[in-house]
Design a protein around this ligand. Structure first.
Ligand code: ATP
Length: 282
């Protein structure tokens, strides 16, 4: 498996505030890696370091085969796409003109504009002025801009925060397609559902430290409470342990015709985050 990002002993301080405390993780080619944490936990600081916008206080960071040791180091930037809060568009220009400007900046042929607009489902809006777009559409243009130069690695800092569910679904679909075509994705979010549906690996960051890192499936298994909720006609909700005694009880509920519904109580990533850190994601 090819390692795309390798972070070891990463520390970052701002004056006497330590934002990152000995962070360690690797990201492999093809991952959609979710970096989950509440506000102020250190997500954006990590993205800024990985994209050479700021330097770490100590520790080592490797992106592709390049050890990052100076800010604004642009050597690997052509292989990277970034979508953050600061990714603004020219409001008075059309979608097409916005993208054309960035084609010139990145030295990308303008025929690529049609491809990215198709990818984000905005081909029919190419002549629309950006200020007339909805928030979700603007975010899709920003995403189109971030992938104009076909980056191998895409950083997304809270890409769907404050978007409605329809727009969230559209952005997720674009990201899945990009990933299928080979783009590795580093995604920060405090939305656990987003991480559950998109990510093959997630790290929990809390107060500048990573407190868990695994696949969502392994985390759910590890923190499962092994119970089943049964809804009974005469008793309402009943919690049953997943053991022999529980199996006997469920069998009785079924054969006596009392069982209305049954579901296993798998913890969500949000539940697990609370269990591990004692804090909430939001
Ligand atoms: N330039 C800075 N100067 C001083 N403190 C900073 C600076 N940048 C970040 N911090 C502090 O570092 C900590 C981590 O901030 P960071 O922006 O990385 O959090 P975050 O997880 O991205 O939060 P959010 O989800 O709200 O964006 C916070 O306590 C923040 O106040």
């Amino acid at each position: 498996m090819e390692t795309i990002i390798d972070v070891n002993g990463l520390m970052k301080s701002f004056g006497n505030k330590t934002a990152l405390k000995n962070i360690q993780f690797t990201i492999n080619k093809g991952d959609i890696f979710g970096f989950l944490g509440p506000s102020g936990s250190g997500k954006t600081t990590t993205v800024k370091i990985l994209t050479s916008q700021i330097l770490p206080t100590s520790g080592s960071v490797r992106v592709f085969d390049k050890v990052l040791n100076s800010a604004n180091d642009s050597k690997h930037m052509s292989r990277i796409g970034i979508l953050t809060d600061n990714s603004t568009l020219y409001e008075r220009l059309t979608i097409y003109d916005n993208l054309e400007l960035f084609c010139k900046l990145y030295d990308v042929p303008t025929r690529r504009i049609d491809e990215v607009l198709e990818a984000v489902n905005l081909s029919s809006e190419r002549k629309t002025v950006v200020k007339n777009l909805s928030k979700g559409m603007k975010q899709r243009v920003t995403l189109a801009r971030a992938i104009l130069h076909k980056p191998e690695l895409l950083f997304l800092d809270e890409p769907t925060s404050a978007l409605d569910p329809v727009n969230v679904r559209q952005i997720h679909e674009v990201l899945r397609n990009l990933n299928r075509e080979g783009t590795t994705i580093f995604l920060t979010t405090h939305d656990m559902e987003e991480a559950e549906t998109l990510c093959n690996r997630v790290a929990f960051i809390h107060d500048g430290k990573i407190s868990a890192l695994d696949t969502p499936e392994n985390l759910r298994l590890q923190y499962a409470n092994n119970t089943i909720t049964c809804l009974l006609k005469d008793q309402g909700k009943v919690i049953v342990q997943q053991d022999e005694e529980g199996a006997r009880r469920i069998h009785d509920y079924m054969t006596s015709g009392r069982l209305l519904s049954i579901h296993s109580n798998e913890p969500t990533l949000g539940d697990i985050f609370v269990q591990i850190t004692g804090g909430k994601l939001q």
